[in-house]
Design a binder for this molecule. Sequence first.
Ligand SMILES: Nc1ncnc2c1ncn2[C@@H]1O[C@H](COP(=O)(O)OP(=O)(O)OP(=O)(O)O)[C@@H](O)[C@H]1O
Ligand SMILES: [Mg+2]
Length: 308
Amino acid sequence: MQSITVAGVRKSFGEVKALRGVDLEVQKGTILGLLGPNGAGKTTLIRALATLLLPDEGSLYVEGYDAVKEPDAVRRLIGLTGQYAAVDEQLTGRENLVMVGRLYHMDIDAARVRAQELLEKFDLADAADRTLKTYSGGMRRRIDLAASLVNRPPVLFLDEPTIGLDPLSRRGLWGIIHELVTDGTTVLLTTQYLEEADYLSNNIVVIDRGVVIARGTPQELKTRAGGDVLEVRLSRPEQAIQAQAALTSLGDASITAPGVLVLPLPGNGKALPHAIRALDGANVGIEEFELRHPTLDEAFLHLTNRIV
Ligand SMILES: Nc1ncnc2c1ncn2[C@@H]1O[C@H](COP(=O)(O)OP(=O)(O)OP(=O)(O)O)[C@@H](O)[C@H]1O
Ligand SMILES: [Mg+2]
């Protein structure tokens, strides 16, 4: 079941073509990670889905409602965090959450109960009655996310939700996001932290200059970037050519530094013993070797052609 459907969306700001025909789908109760370099169009797409701007062309549906023709229905179903925060500096954390509840037409008691629940969930109970002016960056992020959850939206748009958070707070937020999805929430997430997309996302869409350049599961994208990689450091650097020759049956090893060879080894490293035996058979001494998975960073750089 699809929760979010985007088809053929285009949007220009004057000369700048921010979105040049984007299609994507998010299944209910899953997280889609939207990745792309700065200026790729991620925030523009989220703003269009959140009914904050109109596309020039194309359609955007949230839970079956048209974001262009039925913006009110869509707004009732979504939570949004990012640079649009509706929180008020002069109010306390608690007052902010109660205010948001009131905006969603909760009665005052229900709004207070919900505010307390969220303050506890986000570890803000101790700071609940201080004004936001006194909050740290991480606390601001957490109250912002809490505010987007007041009305228990089935669909959540998170635009770089953990930017500027320390690793511990980031993990904490990941846990909360994970829990929300387990409970059935659909999440569209943008992030600059590829590790975060890798950890959280069921599927990833990479956009660059307003078009989708890759999509798949985190694992598929990593595999597409070349599969596993064997890096060997030889005991005697002068044996590099000999080592390269010994490995030809397994693939093209490149010499990346004196005495260091790198060999792509697809198939989850099943060929590793063969590689070691081939080197041994050619009397090539190995000082150390490492079989590593490409990181999502490497996959991302590969996909966006930022390095070759
Ligand atoms: N309101 C606007 N007016 C003019 N140009 C805009 C506007 N909003 C976005 N743009 C341009 O559209 C392009 C896409 O911007 P967008 O904010 O969607 O990128 P992004 O992928 O979110 O980038 P980042 O990773 O830096 O947040 C950029 O070139 C940006 O300058
Ligand atoms: Mg952005």
